[in-house]
Design a protein around this ligand. Structure first.
Ligand code: ATP
Ligand code: MG
Length: 423
């Protein structure tokens, strides 16, 4: 063998070995990064509040790719803006909750396109939105930004800036951050669902307490007081009988009977309000007919039911929700209106909506001032009616003015609420 050829081969082998060692090193680095991600994934599951979770995510992201600073932004569904939820390094807390248009800047591009992006020199990139950098006095040099997506929808982005030691973000950094972002998005979604569930639970507990409170008050003011009068009159009857005063005894007995009958009617009304069985068995209109009759007997104001169209049976939830809205509106007439008459009207419009209104000729009020003070006073009636309307994809409006009576109007699409509608 010629020695020169030998040397060439040795050189080639040496180079191959170097290449393999380099690759080995890369794989090792990759592996330890994946281990870090796995570790992060565990902590994401165990985080408590949404706020804490977001902090953990960003802190992990910045460490994972050795960046100097970073921000986690979430999309505000209502305004379509991006909100800086957590910031690490750089502008720090002063940037928290700052908002920017969702189509501006590098992060805007990432969110709009649903793709990750590395920009090595922001001054050379037209997409860079310098306002934030200037306003918060943070000199951004390079940026790596990845979207956070849940079921194909972008919910926000993680942005990291200026890799430490003047190094550049690599494709591997991008891939690792993308994996982290995917796990984070799911964790954020879960935390939000949990938060909503807790809020809903709290609301239900409040509503239930309110219902009990009302029931106790209604029993106290109504049948309980009447029964007390029944007992008192019965004592009179007994005394009159003992004295042999039959005429007085008979008169008092008539009073006892009339009071007892009234108490029974009130209890029946309370039971009906609690659980209108006719509503489940026969539907909304027959239940409203009975309800109107009961009100007519018990209330100081007249009640008229006007059903102006043929109305098909709606599904159970829709029927009981509409009934509950009418009950609340009538309860407001009883409590606040001092009305002579209330009209419950139902009609179907040509474009397929059911319109329900409860109108009184009472004292009226200014609905604008009420909405501001409602929360402070803990009034739930109008708020609950509005929420109920929304749950049927409908809307609720209040038309009133001092001295001009009040009308509560509920409007909902028929098709999705019909008894046989699929959904
Ligand atoms: N039909 C009405 N006539 C006159 N005022 C009304 C009428 N309906 C509502 N209001 C006014 O609007 C306010 C808010 O009503 P809402 O039903 O939200 O609360 P509330 O009846 O005071 O308390 P809650 O319903 O929680 O027992 C009432 O306090 C009352 O001032
Ligand atoms: Mg009320």
């Amino acid at each position: 063998m010629i020695p020169e050829q030998n040397e060439q081969e040795i050189e080639a082998l040496r180079r191959e070995m170097e290449r393999l060692q380099q690759r080995n090193g890369n794989i090792g680095e990759h592996l330890s990064a994946l281990q870090v991600i796995q570790h992060i994934a565990h902590s994401l599951v165990s985080e408590g509040s949404l706020e804490e979770l977001l902090e953990t995510i960003l802190c992990s992201a910045v460490r994972l790719v050795r960046a100097s600073a970073g921000a986690l932004l979430l999309l505000d569904q209502n305004t379509g803006e991006l909100v800086f939820e957590v910031i690490e390094g750089g502008a720090g807390p002063s940037l928290k909750k700052a908002r920017m248009p969702a189509d501006k800047g590098i992060v805007g591009w990432v969110v709009t396109h649903g793709k990750p992006l590395i920009v090595h020199d922001v001054t050379q990139d037209k997409r860079f939105y310098p306002r934030i950098s200037l306003e918060f006095n943070f000199p951004a040099r390079s940026i790596l930004c990845v979207p956070m997506m849940v079921r194909g929808t972008v919910i926000g982005a993680i942005e990291v800036l200026n890799k430490t030691g003047d190094a550049q973000f690599t494709a591997q950094d991008r891939d690792l951050l993308t994996i982290l972002a995917a796990q984070s998005a799911v964790a954020i979604e879960n935390a939000r669902l949990y938060q909503n569930l807790r809020a809903e639970h709290h609301r239900l507990v409040t509503v239930e307490a309110e219902v009990r409170h009302r029931l106790a008050r209604d029993i106290h003011d109504g049948p309980a007081q009447m029964l007390a009068s029944v007992i008192m009159n019965a004592y009179f009857v007994r005394e009159a009988l003992a004295r042999g005063n039959l005429e007085i005894a008979r008169r008092e007995m008539d009073e006892v009977l009339s009071l007892a009958e009234k108490a029974l009617r009130q209890i029946r009304t309370l039971l009906f309000n609690l659980r209108p069985v006719t509503l489940e068995m026969k539907g909304l209109i027959p239940a409203l007919e009975i309800y109107a009759q009961m009100l007519q007997q018990n209330e100081r104001f007249a009640v008229v039911l006007q059903v102006e169209s043929e109305i098909a049976r709606l599904n159970r939830e829709a029927e009981s929700t509409i009934f509950a809205v009418i009950q609340e509106a009538i309860s407001n007439v009883r409590k606040h209106a001092e009305a002579r008459q209330a009209i419950i009207r139902l009609a179907v419009t040509e474009d397929g909506y059911l319109e329900v209104s409860v109108k009184d000729d009472g004292v009226g009020f200014n609905p604008n001032t009420i909405s501001q003070t409602c929360a402070e006073r803990g009034s739930l009636g109008i708020l609950t009616m509005q929420e109920r309307a929304l749950s049927l994809q409908g809307s609720l409006s209040i038309h009133s003015a001092p001295g001009a009576g009040t009308e509560v109007r509920l409007r909902l699409p028929l098709a999705p609420n019909l008894a046989n509608a699929t959904e």
